[in-house]
Each structure stands twice: as structure tokens, then as C-alpha cells.
Design a protein around this ligand. Sequence first.
Ligand code: FNR
Length: 336
Amino acid sequence: APLSTLLNVDEIEAAATKVISKRAWGYYFSAADDKISKYLNTQAYRSILFRPRVFVDCRTCELGTNLLGHKVGLPIFVSPTAMARLGHPTGETGIAEGCRSFRALQIIANNSSLPPEEVVANAPPTQIFGWQLYVQLNRKLSESMLARVNRLDQIKFVVLTLDAPVSGKREDDERINIQANATASVSTQLFAGTDPSLTWVDTLQWLSQHTTKPIVLKGIQTHEDAVLAAQYAPFVKGIVLSNHGGRSLDTAPPAVHTLLELRRYCPDVFDKVEVWVDGGIRRGTDAVKALCLGAKAVGIGRPAFWGLAAGGVEGVERTLQSLFSSKIWISIVLLT
Ligand code: FNR
């Protein structure tokens, strides 16, 4: 289907599903166990309703914001997602190009299919990125990756992912692997080298010795851990409330629930670190709700991959575009 006929993320997902390999679909679509968290991630936004105020001048609507001190064009970023080339030959550079016209932030995954140097080199010097780290059992591998990232000025921060010490039980990925008679599912292969022994003090101390960039901790799911994370400010500059798109621990809470928990039990955290969320954002209204509830930005994982698979760079653009049609975003002006 021509991209112009695809009006929303669900339609883009359906179009992508028709054109990608089974293996890519299994890896992208899958989530842990019964996919309860994946389902609730979108459902949670649907059950939060607006209180729209009227008689507010909506002629201008500024979508630009500042993330960790860097100007971006949208409060929507692309979350780190491994293996973009499984779904489209342009891979992470295609996503970067799709982000460019919106000045949207992209976080390059540790397990990206193209090296970060290449993704960044293809972008203009003004385009900014984050880089996501899975600490490897062989620490020397992570240390050399961090050294490479230190040299890339366009990468402004390192995102340390904490909610997946081991791979979740992703059955769509496993099933397709069994049918194909391959040795191991994509997820199993990717997680083979990751270190499941990370802890607050030791890991953050190790990391501080190997990076020159500020840190964002991804996968915070309780207010207790948000408070702990904020104790490491200003080295830790941000947290991403996330359940990994439901791919890690099934029945972990949707990020927007954790966001509400933080507002109630540790509102000071919002002054100490930037609070971002991801998981289940499929509509502009979802993003607006998270922003109204105190998130500084929202991330999209699968939607960017569906866009890339459905239409390359333009597909990514179409996905981003579908999330901030002006009609919807006027709500921000109404609510904040
Ligand atoms: C992910 N995610 C992820 N997170 C991370 O920190 N490192 C990674 O390598 C990956 N890889 C990855 C691959 C695929 C195919 C998906 C779908 C997700 C999780 C990702 O960053 C994000 O938290 C979720 O995707 C957000 O949920 P939605 O937007 O997909 O609903």
C-alpha cells in the first residue's frame, strides 16, 4: 500500500507485517509470555481520559523541547531497538534519516545492525543521538564500545538498560525459530553475552570510569528505583520509565502507571532527573497524556521499525508524522 494511504501506526504495522520476513516479524512483534504488559502498555493510555479546557488560543503550538540540554524538534524520540536491518536494508541510518526532518532524537542500540560510527557519519553534525549499553559479560567489549562512543560528539548520552538482565520469554520469536529449524532465536542470540549481575554501586562506578557522557537509566519500573536513580544525579541525568515494550518481565507495569506512582510517592525526582517514558505509544494522544503527567519525552520502539519496514526513510517519517498531527497536539496547549 502507498504510504500516503496509511493513516496511523496500526495501519503502518499491518503494512509492514506483509512485507517483512517471518524472522523479523517474530523478533519485532514478540513480547514476553502472554504479552500482558505489551497489551496493557497501549491499553493504559486508552483508559486515561482528557479534561479538555475551552477558550484557549491554539494558533501556535510549539512542539520543540530540550532533552538533557539539547534542543530537539519533538518530545518524541526513537527508543533503542536492536537489529534494524532485519526489517529494512537501510537499518539504523534509515531511522536516523527519518528523524532528521523533525529533529527527533534517536537512541542507537548496543546491538544495532550498523556500527554507531556509520549511523552518525551519515547524519549532519547537528543531528544528535544517544547510545544504549547492554553491559557485556566480557567487560572489555563494553569498555571498547564506550571508548568508541566517547569519540562521537553527536552522541550526547549513554542509556544503560536495566530491565532485561536476561532475555524475556518471547514465544513468537521462539516459535518462528523452531519452524525455521535455526539454532537460536534472535533474542536468545542477542542476549548471549549480556551480564546479568549488574548492581547500583558497582556498575555505576565502573561505568563512570569508562564514559565521558551523562547517563540515562532505562527500565525503571518503581518509585523506589526512581529515588535510587536520582541519588546518582548529576552523573545520572535521566531515567526512562519502561517495561521494554513488554518484552522482558510479563505483567510488569506500563510506564504511565509508574509515572503516576512517581508523581504520588516521589515528586522530587522530576526536579533531579529528566523522566522519559516509553512503551505502547501509538497515538499522539498517548504522547500528550504522558507529557501532561510529567514526562519530558516519550519514546517509540516498534512504531519506528514498522515505519522503516513499510517504507524506509519515508515510512519512519510517516510514523512520526502520524503521531503529531496538529489537531491532536493542540491538546497540549489546552492542558498544560
Ligand atoms: C526493543 N527494546 C530494546 N531496548 C533496549 O534498551 N535495547 C535494545 O536492544 C532493545 N531492542 C528492542 C528490539 C525490538 C524489536 C523492540 C520492539 C524493542 C525496547 C525498546 O527500547 C522500547 O523500550 C520498547 O520498544 C517500547 O515499546 P513500544 O514502543 O515498542 O511499544
